[in-house]
Design a protein around this ligand. Sequence first.
Ligand code: DX5
Ligand code: ZN
Length: 218
Amino acid sequence: MKDMKVAPSLLSANFADLKSDLEKINQSEADWLHLDIMDGVFVPNISFGFPVLKYVAELSQKPLDVHLMIVQPEKFIPEVKALGAMMMNVHYEACPHLHRVIQQIKEAGMKAGVTLNPATPVAMLEDIIMDVDMVLLMSVNPGFGGQKFIPNTFKKIAQLREMITRCQASALIEVDGGVNVQNAPLLKKAGADVLVAGSSVFRAPDMGEAIHQLKNAE
Ligand code: DX5
Ligand code: ZN
């Protein structure tokens, strides 16, 4: 079976000791580092911004998977690029001109991801699936770490996998919210390629072991 990618979400890290948490992630089997940027408008919370992420980017040895939970994310393409981000994910619900934003992200030299809130149907991606490098399915309502996984996500992963196969698209499927060692094998079976995990990694007694278990979920 194909290898599962794991992207720990820094949102659940100890912000007073980010360096030590980042070192643990660097030493782990994590594939990417997931960074959640919130604006208090698109989602009812504010996380961290670019002045903080500049230092995070300097310390991280993992490719950066940036998840923008903000209105008008296209305004910040240069800032995300300046971090050296590998992937920039924007929300479908925040982009009336999604096709243009996706092209702009790619023109900036990054991979482009589109994110769906739990209530947005996968079918909305039919006319953009060939253009995106990844679809990020939210399995909680965005804005907070530590929420409960929404089981309807399994159906959405299967529908998305069917669309990708039918269109011969190459987009990866990433799942974000409430991911843990219990649901990871089921997410893999449903067709997920990348798992984002915040609290299940950062609150585990051994972070490296938690990441190892998610990666090897069967
Ligand atoms: C939620 C964020 C997630 C969050 C996941 O808005 O997009 O990346 O950090 O945290 P857990 O894994 O704790 O649900
Ligand atoms: Zn996220």
